[in-house]
Design a protein around this ligand. Structure first.
Ligand SMILES: CC(C)(COP(=O)(O)OP(=O)(O)OC[C@H]1O[C@@H](n2cnc3c(N)ncnc32)[C@H](O)[C@@H]1OP(=O)(O)O)[C@@H](O)C(=O)NCCC(=O)NCCS
Length: 180
């Protein structure tokens, strides 16, 4: 990743001009922050989107990537209490509260330079802040992987496969993130 300044902020109307240039190999992921994300955040209240904005020496800004999140739950029965989520066998028998990473993308021209890692670290930092301040209780970070490449990316950050068919549901026990 270059040494240009990088910041993450919630999506807003003022980002419209720089979102025009955002490109991803999945058209739906390129279009989402331009066309749908603001409505989901401000009107429908079904998900928040955060943009990573890169500024170069000439103060030119571009969107390096983004992620979107919402809350979700997992039916307690999905886990047999073994393996990765062994400790769930001692949890109350109501749905397990989760955060769902609904979208996660880096501009195709900037991939392979650490921006995905930066975004994932931001996700962890936001979640740790919310959990430690008691504003949120959530046990699992979920993500949907629509292809093998996405699944492998999430596995790189410690997610496990909870289902076998695409889109594969990926899960990360937030107890592990809190103890990092
Ligand atoms: C997945 C994506 C966000 C990764 O962004 P990126 O900026 O290229 O990621 P990084 O450069 O930070 O790579 C992070 C690490 O993950 C690894 N990685 C990246 N893509 C990977 C993949 N497809 N499979 C396995 N590992 C992968 C890298 O090797 C790197 O590991 P390292 O730190 O040991 O070198 C980007 O490729 C993308 O936008 N893909 C299309 C959209 C998508 O699939 N999103 C996820 C599901 S919504």
């Amino acid at each position: 990743m270059s040494s240009h300044s990088l910041r993450v902020e919630p999506i807003g109307k003022h980002h419209r001009p720089i979102l025009v240039d955002f490109k991803n190999q999945h058209e739906a992921l390129a279009n989402y922050p331009r066309r749908i994300a603001k409505r989901h955040l401000r009107h429908d209240l079904v998900g928040g989107t955060f943009l990573a904005i890169l500024t170069d020496e000439q103060k030119h800004e571009r969107v390096a990537g983004y992620f979107s999140m919402t809350t979700a739950s997992l039916e307690r029965e999905w886990s047999d209490g073994s393996g990765e989520f062994e400790s769930f066998s001692t949890q109350p028998r109501f749905p397990i509260p989760c955060v769902l990473l609904t979208r996660f993308a880096v501009d195709v021209r900037l991939q392979g330079q650490g921006f995905g890692t930066y975004l994932m670290e931001e996700v962890f930092e936001h979640l740790i802040g919310a959990l430690e301040s008691n504003w949120l209780t959530s046990r699992v970070l979920l993500a949907d992987a629509h292809d093998e490449s996405a699944a492998a990316f999430f596995e790189h950050f410690g997610f496990s496969r909870l289902t076998n068919e695409y889109p594969v549901t990926m899960g990360l026990d937030l107890q592990r993130v809190l103890s990092l």
